[in-house]
Ligand binder design. Sequence first.
Ligand code: PMV
Length: 387
Amino acid sequence: MGFVTASAPGKCILFGEHAVVYGHPAVAVAIDQRISVKIQPSPNNLWLLDGSSLNMNRNPHIKGLIEKLWPEQFGAPPLSIHIEGNIPRASGLGSSAALSVATAAALRMARGRWVSKTDDTQQQHWLEGFGSTITKSEPYDNSHGFFAPESPAERYHITGKSSVDYDECAILAHSVEAAAQQGIASPMDSSTCSRGGIVIISDVIEQGIDYLYQRTLAMKDATRHWHIHEMAPPTNSDEVYLVIGSTGIHAPTGKQVAKVADMLQQDPSRMKEIDTIGQIARRGIKALREGDFAAVGRTMTENQLMLSSIGVSSPELDNLIRVASPSSLGAKLTGAGGGGCMVALTRNPKETSNAIELAGGRTLISRLGSSGLSIDESQNTTFWTKP
Ligand code: PMV
């Protein structure tokens, strides 16, 4: 029987959370912790998740991806899905984006892709799919021509890893994340979990780093645009580690974002603090580009001072950051704050991790900027193709 296993990393934010909501850059890095998704044809013709019946309503990301990539109305057969991984859920580390990116890749691999037949196979054009440069991304809408032509002579089918595309997996993951979160999601998690390495998101095109694509999302009140960039991890990245410490306290991102919005509404002059976080993030990007980890760490600590000042830290986060500091280059909360996780940049991961654990935090150790989406194993793909 055929199977495909794809995996994607989690992420943590090094600079710029909260200020990114107001247009400033934020820097996210892929971490070593991953989620792996294996799909196979179902043995009993029912949708299965980890051996039990798949409840679509409880798994909105998977449901959304199935609707887009594996449509039953075109005869796509039920699958058996297995999920494994070591990214803690609901802790701001990108577990749902990693799940979505890996699932999208596995489904694409299991159906392959129709492309136009050209003499030069380097110049294939997709006849189906979703992507940043494709304005009409509804693959089943014949009227827009973004559809496999009827004549077999004009198309051919690619299979295997070459049918999988980072951008498509990221764009699909972003769309199902937004659908699962009342229409609001930034593309930071989906882009970082797909590309890996270091990803920078901003309202403007940032100078000196590689530009990838623009993302647009129509939200309830407005349409938002983001520019996504990437940076290869510095060549001396193997000198340092990230130690992520979880407070174990669940603090929903929406609540923290609303807290900052209230603060700014009451006192618009406090936008200065948000602007300062933006400047700090740009300094962080420069330090990363130069591979100057002492400066990266100092900049993280400065970023934490400002996050504390706008009220999104917490006593538990402050405590873990305090105990991590003597053995690290810098430390700050990561993500929305109020609970959730902190991250320390360190040359002594064991020492930093022990200090955090002694203070009651649970830790993960990662390199900085792990690899992105990968197809890890496959056999006898393809198991369904849109006719
Ligand atoms: O905790 P996370 O990974 O969802 O990060 C939230 C980051 C914020 O800047 C606070 C919100 C946002 O949408 O960017």
